[in-house]
Design a binder for this molecule. Structure first.
Ligand code: F2R
Ligand code: MG
Ligand code: MG
Length: 349
């Protein structure tokens, strides 16, 4: 499809759910042989196994809240979104949430809460969370707002409901920007895609809050920009091992160790790779490769899935995968609603 086509919206939201559902199998594993990944994925081609056998985790549970809130309020409403996170957690607490964010979700359910951002600010002795929980649910912001200024602003505020450290919320901004650019077709020119992300993040990270957090955590002055430069260096190499990707970019639960990694997975899988079956399309390649990195596989595959799905569109996703993953059909329907909201906004409606 062309820029911001319905196919790209459906691809983005559905592939994010698939990445989460299929990635759950390996979350936390140190080493994941590609044979194990391919064996796991082979069961998804079996049409008889349908009906959502693979359950989604916190990544999708929270992204669904973001989607419902953006659709119901026809824009960003922090009170509504915070309430939805709290309600979802209390209805299904066993979706594999991060151990810190649970405190925030419990506080967000209090009717006495006057500042919806306060529970997140109290995390980790006032330093805030740098986990990837803001980034894993950031894709819908790119599907609701056509203007990149809004995408950045609301991805930031949406993440701040649980993640007040700049190394957490800036990861969400980066993920939303990557989906935004991919929706426009920017992955047709991968070098320009990464350069545009670096230029955007130079501005996003050019402030005191980022400098302070980076200094305290002993990271580069602009941590995400520095990682994106590493992504560009790895992209330029003809051969890169899984071990090098992990040591250069990470595969962990911190946004800094997972969002640039997810972006790399998408870029690396734009063309067929020797280690992956020839009959795999781009979305299958990206998700399989993300899983083979081990570590935070559900979240890296979810974020990479959203970016890749926005590039290849819904046609690149096997129907049998959709049938096997809980919430994938809902995501497909919600993508259509977000597509309408997006195009209403772009017409100034
Ligand atoms: N939590 C998990 N996976 C592990 C256990 C799941 C298991 N399979 C199960 O069945 O229960 N996955 C999910 O969590 C990640 C998103 O986490 P989020 O929302 O960012 O949570 P949190 O608690 O804010 O941060 C995660 C951890 O990062 C460390 N951390 C964050 N900020 C810190 C700081 N300022 N100082 C020190 N440590 C900090 C802490 O260890 C947090 O617990 C996704 O992977 C999702 O899939
Ligand atoms: Mg998860
Ligand atoms: Mg995870």
């Amino acid at each position: 499809g062309g820029p911001a086509s319905l196919s790209r919206f459906r691809g983005a939201l559905v592939a994010a759910v698939l990445g989460d559902c299929v990635g759950g199998e390996f979350e936390g594993a140190e080493e994941v042989p590609m044979e194990s990944v391919l064996q796991h994925l082979s069961s998804l081609y079996d049409e008889t196994k349908g009906n959502g056998i693979l359950e989604y985790s916190d990544d999708t549970a929270m992204a669904r809240c973001v989607v419902q809130s953006l659709l119901t309020r026809a824009g960003f409403d922090e009170q509504d979104m915070g309430r939805r996170f709290a309600k979802e957690y209390s209805a299904s607490p066993g979706r594999g949430y991060g151990s810190g964010v649970i405190q925030v979700l419990k506080k967000l359910s209090s009717p006495q809460l006057s500042d919806v951002y306060q529970p997140a600010r109290d995390q980790f002795n006032g330093r805030g969370s740098f986990g990837n929980g803001g980034a894993m649910r950031a894709a819908p912001f790119a599907l609701a707002f056509p203007d990149p200024v809004d995408v950045k602003r609301f991805a930031h505020l949406g993440a701040m409901l649980t993640h007040s450290c700049s190394l957490g919320y800036n990861g969400a901004v980066l993920q939303a920007l990557a989906v935004h650019l991919s929706l426009q077709g920017a992955l047709d020119l991968p070098q320009q895609f990464i350069s545009r992300l670096i230029t955007e993040m130079e501005e996003v990270e050019g402030n005191e809050a980022t400098r302070n957090d980076a200094r305290i955590l002993k990271e580069a002055e602009k941590p995400f920009c520095e990682r994106l430069h590493r992504v560009r260096d790895l992209m330029d190499r003809s051969k890169v091992s899984i071990e090098e990707v992990i040591s250069e970019l990470g595969n962990g639960i911190a946004a800094l160790h997972s969002v640039p990694t997810a972006i790399f997975c998408v870029l690396h899988c734009l063309q067929p790779r020797e280690c992956l079956p020839e009959n795999y399309g781009g979305v299958e390649r990206t998700i399989a490769y993300s899983l083979a990195l081990g570590g935070d596989t559900d979240t890296i595959a979810c974020m990479a899935g959203a970016i890749a799905g926005a590039h290849y569109g819904i046609e690149a996703i096997p129907q049998s995968w959709i049938k096997c993953c809980e919430g994938a059909e809902d995501a497909d329907m919600n993508a259509e609603r977000l597509h309408m909201l997006y195009h209403q906004s772009s017409q100034g409606g």
